[in-house]
Design a protein around this ligand. Structure first.
Ligand code: FES
Ligand code: FES
Length: 117
């Protein structure tokens, strides 16, 4: 079967980032930025359905932690957690379904896992 032209580059680049890059500020000297330690490693379900949005060309930063108020993109709210956003580059304008539940096995895209959480 022949597939259509892939606009997503074959690799998804994952990078750590400084919270300040996304507008987050550190509070005090705490390594958890004031967040309870037992919550810092937990994914928050932003919503149980995908975010269908038009993106590209260019890079976007998918929120992996679920804490962003600008879903499905990172707004720096992961500061103090173990999470970092996933950088995804699109070579052309495209409509995609980003995972909103943050439990997908094929990040950053919805794979239907939301129906089982
Ligand atoms: Fe940055 Fe969720 S807010 S990864
Ligand atoms: Fe997360 Fe569909 S919204 S797998």
């Amino acid at each position: 079967m022949t597939r259509g032209r892939q606009s997503l580059r074959p690799h998804l680049i994952e990078r750590t980032c400084a919270p300040e890059r996304f507008g987050a500020r550190r509070r005090g000297g705490s390594s958890t930025f004031g967040m309870e330690d037992d919550m810092a490693d937990e994914v928050v379900v932003a919503q149980r359905t995908p975010y269908v949005v038009e993106v590209g060309p260019g890079k976007v930063y998918w929120c992996r932690c679920g804490r962003s108020k600008n879903q499905p993109f990172c707004d720096g709210a992961h500061a103090g957690t173990t999470f970092t956003p996933m950088e995804v580059e699109f070579t052309e304008k495209k409509r995609v379904a980003f995972c909103g539940c943050k439990h997908t096995k094929k990040p950053p895209f919805c794979d239907g896992t939301h129906s089982r959480i």
